[in-house]
Design a protein around this ligand. Structure first.
Ligand code: KIV
Length: 272
């Protein structure tokens, strides 16, 4: 099933700009390993994000802060080996770019060189401008990330909707314009009011990909494990579950355990 307006044998940052100008919505999902990334790519996703959400869904940390640059490169390399079509964007993890633009560039270069990724993403507005410009000058495409920025969770204190007040909303609009003028090829807007996200998408020429940001933006991103229903614990309003893998996986493993214990598995045809 495809509802794409154009066929892209390989999705590039230019393809995303064309999708925005054609009014074709951009579909983005996370992936962190070879097997699932291959499935996501075969299914025809436009962008795969090797998100620092790996810190939560793969490593079991409470926040995205602990994941390291080496670990992000490990996940990104596995994803890249599986992907033939999608654009692969990799998160710069917390602590790998905030100190100064030189460190940001070094981290971005490591991701590109050691994993084979196509682009990097980093969180933040104006304070990251010099890092973004420096990375782009080195030929590395950068995606921005505004609104709820989980790497700053201890500054904000909660995961609630951002930019509900006028001042924060105006700042977010300024930051989005800055990301565009600094040369970002797109930006993620996380958990902001739908009317604000729609306004931002209309004010900038680069694609705005939303998560919990309504339908007025240029595309959507979800965490793969969440949309496949791997866990029942995380249930924000914006999450649509397309499968109930939590129930299916537990059911399959219970059945296997029972089959082993009752000596039903393996049977005659499952042995040599
Ligand atoms: O790390 C991640 O998965 C993300 C998405 C939520 C956009 O940044």
């Amino acid at each position: 099933m495809s509802v794409a307006k154009n066929t892209y044998n390989r999705v590039t940052t230019n393809s995303l700009l064309k999708m925005k100008s054609d009014g074709e919505k951009i579909a983005m999902l996370t992936a962190y390993d070879y097997t699932l990334a291959g499935l996501v790519d075969q299914a025809g996703i436009d962008v795969i994000l090797v998100g620092d959400s790996a810190s939560n869904v793969i490593a079991g940390h409470e926040t995205t802060l602990p994941i390291t640059l080496d670990q992000m490169i490990y996940h990104a390399s596995a994803v890249i080996r599986a992907v033939k079509r999608a654009l692969v964007v990799v998160d710069l993890p917390f602590g790998s770019y905030q100190a100064d633009s030189k460190e940001a560039l070094r981290s971005a270069i490591r991701i590109m060189k050691e994993s084979g990724a196509h682009a990097v993403k980093l969180e933040g507005g104006n304070q990251e401008r010099s890092s973004i410009e420096r990375i782009i000058q080195a030929g590395i495409p950068v995606m921005g990330h505004l609104g709820l920025t989980p790497q700053s969770i201890y500054k904000f204190g909660t995961y609630t909707v951002r930019a509900k007040e006028e001042q924060e909303a105006n700042q977010l609009i300024e930051d989005a314009k800055m990301l565009e003028s600094a040369g970002c090829f797109g930006l993620v807007l996380e958990k902001v009011p739908a009317h604000l996200a729609k306004k931002v998408a209309s004010l900038v020429s680069i694609p705005v990909i939303g998560i919990g940001a309504g339908n007025g933006v240029d595309g959507q991103v979800l965490v793969l494990h969440d949309m496949l229903g791997m866990s029942k614990e995380f249930s924000p309003r914006f999450l649509r579950r397309y499968l109930d893998l939590h129930t299916n996986i537990i059911g399959a493993i219970q059945q296997y355990t029972s089959d082993v214990k009752t000596k039903d598995f393996p049977n005659e045809s499952e042995q040599y």
